[in-house]
Design a protein around this ligand. Structure first.
Ligand code: FES
Ligand code: FES
Length: 210
């Protein structure tokens, strides 16, 4: 949210339609997991940026590649990733910041990319689910989701994996309850979550007992 001096926009999730003059109205989400998945840290908006229509130059590293682009200041990061860069591995599930499908890593924090402007990623580094594999090897979470059958339609899977990755960075050996709490900002309409929790525990080197 604009902090009054026009310099910051909260990374939290826009709950209402964007105001054409002042940008998205934002309702802070305060639970730890929601912060992890949505982020409430104020993010600077470049001083040359406005929410108007003129183009703004950004430089952003995405999955290891640096892109220089001109974007409209109102362009959401998810649309930049998908429509400009063609990184369609990150889906749009709701466009209202509820489902977590669009979760990516921005400078070491998970954010819902439908609630972040592309200009907020300027000079930053974004990692999407497509950037997790190394040397042709899946990330341990990708492997675990595959092996534990932690998906059905797979629509929520990129966001689940990115949120789980964030959890395991902070807590390498979570218990099942901690996994559930960490993923509460990510919705799945297919699996019932059981296998997702099992997969995250497996990726952390633990076997599920439930
Ligand atoms: S598409 Fe971003 S939270 Fe649903
Ligand atoms: S596997 Fe279909 S929404 Fe989660």
């Amino acid at each position: 949210m604009c902090d009054g001096n026009g310099l910051t926009l909260n990374k939290c999730l826009p709950r209402h339609s964007p105001d054409p003059e002042h940008g998205p109205r934002v309702t802070p989400i305060t639970s730890a997991a929601a912060v992890r998945s949505g982020g409430c840290r104020p993010v600077p908006i470049p001083s040359h940026g406005s929410l108007g229509g003129h183009m703004t130059r950004i430089s952003v590293k995405v999955d290891g590649t640096t892109y220089e682009d001109e974007v409209e200041p109102r362009l959401l990061l998810i649309h930049y990733l998908r429509d400009r860069l063609g990184l369609t591995g990150t889906p749009i599930g709701c466009d209202t910041s509820n489902c977590g499908a669009c979760t990516v890593d921005l400078d070491g924090e998970t954010v819902k990319s439908c609630s972040v402007l592309a200009v907020q990623a300027d000079s930053g580094e974004v990692t999407t689910v497509q950037g997790l594999a190394r040397d042709g090897e899946w990330h341990p979470l990708q492997k675990a989701f595959h092996e534990r059958h932690a998906l059905q339609c797979g629509y929520c899977t990129p966001g689940m994996i990115m949120a789980a990755r964030d959890l395991l960075r902070e807590n390498p050996a979570p218990d099942p309850q901690e996994v559930r709490e960490a993923l509460e900002g990510n919705l799945c309409r297919c699996t019932g979550y059981q296998n997702i929790v099992r997969a995250v525990l497996a990726a952390s080197g633990q076997e599920a007992t439930t």
